[in-house]
Design a binder for this molecule. Structure first.
Ligand code: HEM
Length: 504
């Protein structure tokens, strides 16, 4: 009897710990456990699974840890992690089943650590709330914003080029482009221009970076997942300060725009000039309008502003930093992309128009190939609310958490020959024709795909065209030396550097 006591105590401690850590996820039913245990995966102890193994890894070792297991198990595998059944996949066939489902749209507990900051905004919300918000926000975001954003994007990418050239030589492009992308989202979506030396913007960008890191540390560590245990750490205290910085920043943006919005409403319709009308068409105005019609509270508005500000600036600047690295490493690709620009613009530094964009076929391929190798959002997650039958006959039971690793899916050797090589021609019409539609999903796919996809491609193309026409890029960082921090947004462990010289 005495020998059994420590075991019972250990089980009780584990269970208590489990409840504290995963309070928001459902405890797997017996049916789930039985079905899940039939799925192929690496040997690991039941319940605890790979939790302790993962905890010992550095952030930059996680992608290769996953890859080894994808390679060994044909692209997907099942794994327990502290009582959570997790199915990890880099297989387009599985991605198609998961992403096309209109039922399996829940993000699950992996995103829990972003809640303090983004609350129930579009990225994190689920069920009816998400459906209603997505329906409400799609038209206001897509059509109005795209029409009015090219001028602002041109202006801000020219500023970025100016800063690159001023730096004379080797630059770390991310902070400069991150600021450019923040200016673009603030101006186009929120109607707010940030001052050039605005200290709050710098603080905001730094706080976004730290919040991103905290969320992944918490995602991976069973101890840090528990809000209670996390609250005792110094990281939690810094995180609270960061969230305050992030919220104060967006609240200022909202207050400023709300005042202008109220002023504009007071002006008689007949007094509007065309310029006023154009100025009015920003995403935040639509939110403020909707807040009156749909009874949205100020927290409802702020959670969407926080979501769009985060999702809308970090991803595009991160995508562009990898693009510059690839252009620097592949001078023949850079020259071909530059010559396409010369054909469209001559040697002019005029603004990019929508008509110009439709002629940038090669640049489009280069951007796509860069996002294949370096998808800014490297991984997404779901928690199944219904079983997912796979084409190979296996069934992933409801309650399973899906980790869809876009980074490894984009390099899956079954779908991409020479997967680690940078070859933009893969995206020519001819070569793309017979490719599996879910083998390339940087913006995810299906009902919960990226709402800002068109905006992001527009911004990246204008940015790349502006930079290419004025700057020659050589690589300092070698892509083969890169290690990555597996964050919500894919960041290298050490900053990417390129050398910039003027074209003329
Ligand atoms: C290169 C740039 C971008 C990439 C690679 C990207 C990627 C993604 C991905 C993969 C998702 C799905 C996330 C998931 O299922 O968990 C997503 C969702 C989302 N993205 Fe983007 N994104 C980019 C730019 C943008 C921009 C510019 C905006 C807004 C201005 C934006 C707003 C959003 C929002 C609000 C969602 C949540 C959609 C929903 O759940 O209904 N993204 N993005």
């Amino acid at each position: 009897m005495i020998e059994v006591i420590p075991i019972l105590v250990a089980v009780a401690v584990c269970y208590f710990f489990y409840l504290m850590t995963y309070a928001q996820s459902s405890i797997p039913r017996w049916r789930t456990i039985k079905m899940f245990n039939k799925l192929p995966g690496p040997e690991a102890p039941f319940f605890v699974g790979a939790a302790f193994e993962l905890m010992r890894l550095e952030l930059h070792d996680i992608l290769s840890w996953m890859k080894e297991r994808f390679d060994a198990h044909g692209g997907s595998y099942a794994l327990w992690m502290m009582g959570n059944p997790i199915y990890l996949t880099a297989d387009p066939e599985v991605a198609e089943v998961i992403l096309t489902s209109t039922k399996n749209i829940n993000k699950g507990t992996d995103y829990q650590s972003l809640e303090h900051w983004l609350h129930d905004g579009l990225l994190l919300s689920t069920g009816e709330k998400w459906k209603q918000r997505r329906k409400m926000l799609t038209p206001s975001f897509h059509f109005k914003i795209l029409d009015n954003s090219t001028d602002c994007m041109n202006k801000n990418w020219k500023k970025v080029v100016h800063k690159f050239l001023e730096s004379k030589g080797v630059v770390e492009p991310l902070p400069i482009m991150g600021r450019g992308a923040l200016d673009i989202i603030c101006e186009t979506a929120m109607g707010t221009e940030l001052g050039e030396t605005d200290e709050r913007s710098k603080e905001y960008v730094r706080a976004v970076k730290r919040a991103n890191e905290v969320s992944v540390v918490r995602m991976l560590s069973p101890f840090m997942r528990s809000s209670l245990l996390f609250s005792f750490t110094s990281m939690s205290r810094q995180h609270n300060k960061d969230v305050q910085i992030l919220h104060e920043f967006t609240e200022k943006v909202i207050t400023k725009r709300r005042e202008e919005f109220e002023d504009e409403k007071r002006v008689e319709a007949s007094e509007y000039s065309e310029a006023d009308e154009k100025k009015r068409q920003v995403f935040l105005d639509s939110l403020l309008e909707l807040s009156e019609k749909e009874n949205m509270s100020s927290t409802d508005i702020r959670e969407e502003v926080d979501t769009f500000m985060f999702a809308g600036h970090d991803t595009t600047s991160t995508g562009l930093q990898y693009l510059l690295m690839h252009l620097g490493e592949n001078p023949e690709v850079q020259e071909k992309a530059y010559q396409e620009q010369v054909e469209i613009f001559g040697y002019s530094d005029r603004d990019v128009t929508k008509d110009d964009l439709s002629k940038m076929h090669y640049l489009d391929q280069v951007i796509k190939e860069s996002m294949r190798l370096h998808p800014p959002a490297p991984q997404i997650a779901r928690e199944l609310s219904e079983d997912a039958p796979l084409p190979n006959g296996l069934v992933i039971p409801s309650q399973t958490k899906i980790v869809l690793n876009i980074f490894n899916l984009h390099r899956n050797p079954k779908y991409w020959s020479d997967p680690d090589a940078f070859k933009p021609e893969r995206f020519s019409l001819e070569e793309s024709k017979n490719r599996h539609p879910y083998s390339y999903i940087p913006f995810s796919a299906g009902p919960r795909n990226c709402i800002g996809q068109k905006f992001a491609m527009l911004e990246m193309k204008i940015g790349a065209s502006t930079i290419l026409r004025s700057c020659k890029i050589s690589s300092v960082t070698k892509s083969s030396d890169l290690k990555y921090k597996m964050l919500i947004v894919l960041q290298p462990s050490t900053p990417i550097k390129v050398e910039i010289s003027p074209r003329n």
